[in-house]
Design a protein around this ligand. Structure first.
Ligand SMILES: Nc1ncnc2c1ncn2[C@@H]1O[C@H](COP(=O)(O)OP(=O)(O)OP(=O)(O)O)[C@@H](O)[C@H]1O
Ligand SMILES: [Mg+2]
Length: 111
């Protein structure tokens, strides 16, 4: 019998959340005062090495926010980020340096 081979994901996001505090609050359509905005709510995903993963969703659904958190360019409110099996969620700038050499972001409106 063949033993099943575990593949370490190139990237794994575990239960990521991002809540943006809103300065001075904001009024909802029902008139309630909103002091924060939940941009990403419990996102988990796994990217196998040498594969491509597309995030699809309407504008404002949190795709870019997920990407920025995966790159550690934006702090997650909650959740964990693994790169090649390594938990980089709380890595400092120096620790992130070699990790960032393996990542590349292409900004939407690069001009
Ligand atoms: N710095 C910020 N402060 C407050 N709210 C933010 C901030 N950045 C993003 N948001 C809000 O978080 C939500 C998710 O934004 P995000 O840019 O991740 O969406 P998106 O899916 O990438 O949209 P698009 O398809 O238009 O690129 C939106 O409601 C956006 O207004
Ligand atoms: Mg976007």
């Amino acid at each position: 019998m063949l033993a099943s081979k575990m593949i370490t994901p190139a990237l794994e996001l575990r239960q990521l959340h991002k809540i943006f505090p809103l300065k001075g609050g904001m009024r909802s359509i029902f008139g309630a005062n909103l002091e924060s905005h939940i941009a990403v709510n419990n996102v988990s995903l796994c990217l196998k090495p040498k594969t491509v993963l597309g995030l699809v969703g309407e504008s404002g659904s949190g795709k870019s926010t997920c990407g920025l958190m995966a790159m550690r360019l934006l702090e997650a409110t909650q959740g964990q980020i693994f790169v090649n099996g390594q938990d980089v969620t709380n890595f400092d700038h120096a620790q992130l340096k070699p990790i960032r050499r393996q990542m590349q972001i292409i900004f939407q409106n690069s001009y």
